[in-house]
Every structure is written in C-alpha cells, then in structure tokens.
Design a protein around this ligand. Structure first.
Ligand code: TTP
Ligand code: MG
Length: 404
C-alpha cells in the first residue's frame, strides 16, 4: 500500500506569530530579526517584504536599505517556542507518526488516518483549519507518497497552500522542476550540474548513476534517488541532540585577542553547562568563525577522552582559535563553539583522575549558583573582561541543540 506523507510548514513563522499578536502588522512588509541599527540578520520576512529581495540570513542593515518602509520586530524566541509546541501538539492529534524538523515544520505519516475525513486533502484542510483557529497561523501542506516529494510540494504551494502529488505522478511532478528544488542540491551542486548541462530534476534522474557518483560521491546516490522520486525514509521521532552549540555576533568586527578569548570562554562555559545539565560529555570540540566578508570556517578536533569540563572545552577551542588566527588575520564578525559526539553516563569511561572529578564538581556548583542567582552572580577571573572590553556588546544567538 502506498504511504501517505504530509510535510507541513508554517508560513513566515516568526512574522506570522507577531502578526497573530498584533493584527495591525498583517498584510504589510514585516521583518523579524532584531534591531536594524544593530548587527544581526533577518530571521523571517513576511510575503509582502519578499518582493523587495529580502530573505532569511540577509544582514538587517541591507534589509532596511531594500525595504525602508518595513516594520522591524525584534525576535522573541520564547513566544515562537510556545507557538511551535502548540503546533506540534495539534499535528500529533491527527497522527502519532510525527517527525518535527526545527520549530515550524514536520513530517506526518497519515497512512490510514485519512479515512474518517474522506481523503488526504480533506484531512490536510482539517489540520490547516485547526492551526488557524487555535494559533492564527497559516500552514502549507505537501502530500505525497514519500518525504522528499511532500517537502518539495509544500514549498511550491506556499503561502497557505495545499498540494497533493498523487501516487504514480511523482516523476511527472519532479521532471520539469529546477534541480535546486531538490533537498540536498545546494548552490555548489547546482553549479556543478549546470556545468554538466543539467538544469532540471528530470535531466538529473536520466543521468547514469555512475556519472553522478563520480562527480558527487555518496551524496550523489541520494540526490539521484530523490530525482527519480525514490525516498524510503520513514517518518521518525527525532533522537536525542547530537550536538550543542553557542555563538555570538559581535557589534563590530574584531581581531582583539583578549576580547575574542573572553567571549570564547563564555561560550565554552555555556556549552559545558548544557552538557552537564544533560549529564553528557563530548568527544569533539569545534569552533566556527565568520569573517567580516561573511566567509565562515569551522575547525574541529577530537578529545582523547569525552569531557564536559569548561576548562577542557575552552583550552581545546582556544587552540583551534589560535591556529585559525595564525592562518588568517582577518577581522572576525561571529564566533561559535560546538561540541558533538556526545556520550551519556552509561558510555563514559571510569574516571580515576580525581582532578577531573574535582573540576566537574566545581563547574556543577558554579552552574547551580548561576541558575539560582543569575549568570553574573559568579565569574571566573577572565570572564569579567567581557563586560568592559572593546566591541560595544554582542548579539547572542542562543543554545542550539542539534540532531545533525
Ligand atoms: P522557514 O520555514 O525556513 O521560514 P519562514 O517560516 O519564515 O517562511 P516560509 O513561509 O518560507 O516557511 O523557517 C522557520 C523560522 O525559522 C523562521 O520564521 C525564522 C527561523 N529562521 C531563522 O531564524 N533563521 C534562518 O536563517 C531561517 C531560514 C529561519
Ligand atoms: Mg516556515
């Protein structure tokens, strides 16, 4: 029996959440991201703002130049998290097979669930109506026999759309679409395919697999299957987070060593706290640097033994930073720390080293004080420098727990 998979994505989510609270913003160019006078990027743009060329990730200053009449609203993450939880709850009332992706989208396997409604489309309409009634948000729904086609369909019918690709119609639907519509085909792959005279998904599907593999390796096999409408992935509830990250965008690009180190220490401390909170240790530590010209690099290393001790994470991240700075002396706009390859208590090595135990206990005690009395209640010597030094503040981007 063919599966019936929905991909549901909220339209202009952050903006719509603001419009739901303040109806005066409806029908207007609205941009959520923060204060355009400060550094930062567009998180979400209303459909009225998009014809001006505004997209997520664009610097707010540029968005302001392109669309000065837009209303700029500072992002309110707790508000969106709350709406997201309610959205996922509504979806799970229609099918237990739900796979949330980020805050505003999910796959839903509704095979067999459509019967009481009469058809998959009627079920999708019932979901959309409930989302609108309870949250004042619109969603777009793609319906297909597999995930990849459902996702492409929901993207094509935005905003407030519904598009069903009937079983056996997959290839007819995919063939004329540009390759870039295929998840997994980014700018670089698109360019390489253009160089091979391939511009549509149909053309990609008709290439021999050997040629695709030669150019794109194992990733090529996946996009080739998708291009042929083959995607056997199940709709699965996500596992535990596989990485934890924190990053900061500075108010001014900087190469000031002590300022960078101080911020790095703070990020490592926050990542460490999240690890300890989850009773996890990490084997890999990575830093991310974005230079003034937006070029972004990641440098990663593996620890001899998994750790959640601030100082261990910091020293490792600092070595990566020093190496990167020695290679490139360009001013830095953003710095981030990510720990991955997480192991839980059951997989941790026995710790014979009492110094490690002591450090972990000390960090945990500091976490408790900070949780009780606020983050500034206790500081390590170097941490104090962030308050007084150089770059006029920074824009925090929050903890990110990722399954990738
Ligand atoms: P998206 O679903 O990609 O975008 P959207 O909901 O704003 O618009 P669309 O109608 O095209 O679906 O992302 C969901 C939310 O995630 C978005 O509202 C804000 C946030 N987000 C960021 O903070 N930064 C980003 O770069 C992107 C792409 C999204
Ligand atoms: Mg969305």
């Amino acid at each position: 029996m063919a599966r019936c998979i929905f991909h549901i994505d909220l339209d202009a989510f952050f903006v719509s959440a603001e419009q739901a609270l303040d109806p005066k913003l409806k029908g207007k160019p609205v941009i959520v991201g923060g204060d355009p006078e400060r550094r930062g990027v567009v998180a979400s743009a209303s459909y009225e703002a998009r014809p001006f060329g505004i997209y997520a990730g664009m610097p707010l200053s540029q968005a302001r130049r392109l669309c000065p009449q837009a209303t700029f609203v500072r992002a309110n993450l707790p508000r969106y998290t709350d709406a997201s939880n309610k959205f996922m709850q509504i979806l799970s009332d229609f099918s237990p097979h739900i796979e949330p992706l980020g805050l505003d989208e999910a796959y839903l396997d509704v095979t067999g669930c459509e019967e009481p409604y009469g058809s998959p489309q009627k079920l999708a309409i019932a979901i959309k109506e409930r989302i609108y009634k309870e949250l004042k948000l619109t969603a777009s729904v793609g319906i297909a026999t597999c995930k990849v086609i459902a996702k492409i369909a929901s993207d094509l019918c935005k905003p407030d759309g519904l598009l069903e690709i009937a079983p056996c119609e997959e290839r007819n639907f995919l063939n004329p679409l540009p390759v870039v519509k295929l998840p997994g085909v980014g700018k670089k792959t698109e360019q390489a395919l253009t160089g091979m005279d391939i511009s549509t998904i149909g053309e990609l599907a008709s290439l021999p697999l050997e040629i695709i593999k030669r150019h794109f390796g194992i990733a090529g096999t996946v996009i080739h299957s998708y291009a042929k409408g083959i995607d056997n992935r199940m709709v699965e509830a996500p596992g535990e987070p596989k990485s934890i990250s924190q990053q900061i965008t500075f108010a001014k690009d900087t190469l000031e060593r002590r300022f960078l180190e101080t911020n790095l220490r703070r990020l490592c401390q926050e990542v460490g706290e999240e690890l300890r909170c989850q009773d996890k240790r990490a084997k890999c530590v990575a830093i991310r640097l974005r230079y003034a010209d937006f070029k972004t690099i990641t440098r990663q290393t593996t620890l001899k033994e998994a750790s959640n001790i601030n100082q261990v994470i910091f020293i490792t991240a600092l070595q990566l930073l020093n190496k990167a700075l020695a290679q490139k002396g360009k001013p830095i706009r953003l710095i981030g720390v990510r720990v991955s390859n997480l192991v839980g208590k059951e997989k941790q090595l026995l710790m014979f080293d009492s110094e490690i135990k002591k450090s972990e206990h000390l960090d945990k005690a500091i976490d408790q004080i900070r949780r009780k009395y606020g983050p500034s209640a206790i500081k390590t010597g170097t941490g104090i420098a962030t308050q007084v030094e150089g770059c006029g503040g920074s824009l925090r981007e929050g903890t990110n727990l990722s399954n990738n």
